[in-house]
Design a protein around this ligand. Structure first.
Ligand SMILES: [Mg+2]
Length: 467
């Protein structure tokens, strides 16, 4: 079963503000005419408004469009509640993004004999908790086709795809209606004579391998023929990325652009620290207003977790490029979008440290910093100095992928501060002391070596290293 919340951010806003219900609403990250609408309400979609459109364009389609800025903490709170509803029926719930999840009922065949009835019950549970929210649910023999099912009825949908009815559904679809098939893949398929999803399903493995250049072709064949390839993704193959769309005003100021870069790298750092991961590859991309872009991929000599190190690698690349092209800067006032991504992860527990560096200390400091944040349940209580040079530009971004790292197996929230809204500029939040720190009791088996030099000059302070 695949669950996809309808018009998620917009519906969340309408849930909290009944006065916005039934009205065309666009949700923006920044309140500026050049900002992009990241989510549109059902009512706004009727005017042709799609997520990603600039507000100016939206106003042309629908002058009465109402706008609001995002409230990520609220969206994450609802995400947690929806996931917990799903977990009350099945212990194998895999959140795929902030508004999507796969629920694997494979080991529940004897428990539920009618998944359609169960889907209706889940919908009712969600509506009981949040009366304005609806979702589309797809049921199929694999998670990919279940997701396809959620796309077939956009609002409050419930579609079951079976071996008997699949061809009828696919026959009505375009290739790009399939999740994961965008224009580039569509061209590849058309080149070998596949024109629609139905032809794709009945194409041979050999032909699909030719279209996708190898094993990816096998995956596609499997997806459309009831095999499972999407449910669990291995950590090593994962990519995490953070993107920021900029307002025109923000892109005018190089310092703001640089602080955005810091913000993006810090987000990724946070996610790596929480997941105890280090990355071995990273990429950086800038998009400009005229549709052009610049990107660079970096293979790292040593696995990395630190935001400031990420930034120094990116800056080095930017600097090299600017020097060889005799450019002033690649952060131009036409910048609309910056993205930092990381991949090829390794587990922090098995990290090999090289002999001659001080990484262990750095990694410990970073970990402690996040523990302090968690301890006070305040996400902004500790910030690196470098994050502060332009106040209030680093707005909380809604993590699409990061929700995967947010919930623990038992349904408890791991990063509670992700449920809080940013402090209002100029109004610092009150610090809430949640629990008393327990004094650390040295264990008996700990061995202490006193490293005080024997010939210490009088009056000198002694710094002891405890090993
Ligand atoms: Mg959705």
């Amino acid at each position: 079963m695949f669950l996809d919340m309808n018009c998620y951010f917009a519906s969340c806003e309408q849930q909290r503000h009944p006065e916005l219900r039934g009205k065309p609403l666009g949700v923006l990250t920044y309140d500026s005419p050049n900002a992009a609408v990241i989510a549109a309400s059902k009512e706004a979609k009727k005017f042709g408004i799609k997520s990603g459109m600039r507000l100016v364009e939206c106003k042309m389609l629908c002058p009465q469009l109402i706008t609001t800025v995002t409230h990520p903490g609220w969206y994450r709170q609802i995400h947690v509640d929806v996931m917990n509803i799903l977990r009350s029926y099945c212990d194998d719930v895999i959140p795929k993004s902030i508004d999507e999840a796969v629920i694997n009922f494979n080991s529940y065949r004897l428990v539920y004999n009618d998944l359609t009835e169960l889907a209706k019950q889940i919908k009712a549970d969600i509506t009981r908790k949040y009366d304005y929210l609806t979702c589309s649910i797809g049921i199929a023999p694999n998670s990919f086709l279940a997701k396809v099912g959620t796309g077939l009825q956009k609002v409050d949908g419930l579609v079951v795809i079976t071996p008997e009815n699949i061809d009828a559904y696919l026959a009505k679809m375009k290739l790009t209606d399939l999740p994961g098939i965008a224009s580039a893949n569509e061209r590849r398929l058309q080149m070998i004579g596949i024109r629609n999803p139905l032809e794709m399903r009945h194409a041979s493995v050999v032909l699909l391998r030719k279209a996708f250049g190898g094993v990816v072709g096998n995956y596609w064949h499997s997806r459309l023929n009831f095999g499972e390839v999407d449910m669990y993704s291995k950590a090593e193959n994962r990519t995490m990325s953070a993107t920021r769309t900029l307002s025109r005003q923000q892109s005018q100021n190089r310092q703001v652009l640089e602080s955005m870069l810091i913000s993006l790298c810090t987000r990724l750092e946070q996610r790596m620290v929480k997941g105890e991961l280090f990355c071995k590859e990273m990429f950086f991309a800038i998009r400009y207003k005229d549709g052009t872009s610049w990107d660079t991929a970096i293979k790292l000599a040593e696995p990395l977790q630190d935001a400031m190190e990420m930034i120094s690698y990116i800056k080095e690349r930017i600097h090299d490029f600017e020097r060889t092209r005799k450019l002033d800067t690649i952060f131009t006032p036409l910048t609309t979008n910056i993205t930092v991504g990381i991949s090829s992860f390794m587990n922090g527990k098995v990290m090999q440290y090289s002999l001659f560096d001080n990484r262990i200390k750095k990694d410990t400091v970073r970990k402690v910093m996040y523990q302090i944040k968690d301890h006070f349940d305040q996400k902004n209580i500790v910030r690196k100095g470098c994050e502060l040079f332009v106040p209030n530009v680093m707005k909380d971004a809604i993590g699409f992928g990061s929700v995967k790292d947010m919930l623990m197996k038992e349904g408890e929230v791991k990063n509670k501060f992700m449920l809080e809204e940013d402090a209002i500029p100029g109004q610092p939040k009150k610090i809430i002391f949640k629990r008393k720190a327990e004094p650390v009791q040295p264990k008996e088996e700990d061995v202490y070596y006193d490293v005080t030099p024997p010939d210490l000059p009088e009056g000198e302070e002694v710094i002891r290293d405890v090993w």
